[in-house]
Design a binder for this molecule. Sequence first.
Ligand code: 13P
Ligand code: SF4
Length: 302
Amino acid sequence: MTKQEEIQNLKKEKDAVILAHYYVRPEIQEIADYTGDSYFLSKKATTLPHKTIVLCGVSFMGESTKLLNPSKTVLMPNIEADCPMAHMVDKLALEKVREQYKDLAVVCYINSTAQIKSWSDVSVTSANAISIIRNLPNKNILFIPDKNLAHFIAMKVPEKNIIFQKGFCPIHENMRAEEIQALKLQHPEAKVLVHPECNSAVLELADYVGSTSEILSYVEKSPTLEFIIGTELGVYYTLQQARPDARFYFPNPKPICSGMKQITLENVIEVLKTGRNEISMQDNSINKAASRTLERMLELAK
Ligand code: 13P
Ligand code: SF4
């Protein structure tokens, strides 16, 4: 029996469904029932009938899935898979900003721990941040943790005062504009599509800035045959399936998220067999506040 067949059998036996982020290894995306960006995965998880959800992504995704679906068993194939940015918030600085602005809304990127979500008023993903923030009644917004996404939102929603901290995704922050520029010279017909977690020098070179699923739908609709992609390499699997006729170029060094890549087929088999790495979120005030922050996102994004 192949590993893939074993997973199919275990899924049936355990009444489990597999969700995977676009950044995980191709072989994991291949066995997943649903693949998507952070917004799609969080929304999808709330609609599934299965008893068990296997979340192939980093730890904030497992936490968010459990917070939104407390009655489900949520399994993380690799408990070590984490997102460094999800921890990059200075609580003291946050409190100072709250004191300074009476009408402040603290908006956290979904790439944050449950604790950080509990300090926030609403959560957002890169796919819904602009529309949610634009529609908030508050003028003053503290956006945490990603400074690059905050900078992009500030450009798109100039009517708001966007205050931010210093968090960043190392993979997108370290992407070099010179590399994108060099790819543009080599492939002058290519469109440049980048994720808003990239630094501002990279954003300036982009034809389009969007979340992973927004990049994918741009590619699906575009007549162009060549694309320079400024996000994690895992999206190549889906991009290639969507447009087998097109060519995709990624900057060097290749943008690879080590957390996402930690998840293997063996991990998926093991958690399905043993129930190991089950996410448990205590019914305490921190987690209740974090759930409200996520639920507000789902309501406001409708
Ligand atoms: P999206 O899935 O919202 O595009 O975000 C990318 C990301 O870095 C997830 O960790
Ligand atoms: Fe976190 Fe960046 Fe990896 Fe996304 S790509 S999970 S933001 S480290």
